[in-house]
Design a protein around this ligand. Sequence first.
Ligand code: CMP
Length: 140
Amino acid sequence: AIERTLSIIKPDAVGKNVIGKIYSRFESNGLKIVAAKMKHLSRQEAEGFYAVHKGRPFFNDLVEFMISGPVMIQVLEGEGAIAKNRELMGATDPKKAAPGTIRADFAESIDANAVHGSDAPETAAVEIAYFFPASEIYSR
Ligand code: CMP
């Protein structure tokens, strides 16, 4: 099925100037960018986005990292977009990410891991709505 997923290029990858290289991987693998914005998240926005992780030991470091610089946020659309994006990203920990994946090629650590991608249809819907009203998504 055609799906949509939320993708974030994190402050480490934005700082390394590899937005275009990451977009190119999306495009050459059948994922279309149907919404996008660059944004420096406030603490409140980052905490709200990652609310499911509140209470986890890495939560504070995660929030600090996500507000350390601007991020690039996009909605990707395509056949099986959620799983496809996760395949392109590779494992959360770049040390475990398969060769040729975005995290293997551009990430430094489990915190500075270059990209975020929704993990399921329900979270994708919530995450997309967190950043984009329907009027800012341009499908086909
Ligand atoms: P992300 O896909 O953005 O979702 C939550 C983030 O928390 C994750 O990527 C990692 O960058 C970060 N994180 C740090 N430590 C852990 C951990 N032990 N398990 C999962 N995520 C972690």
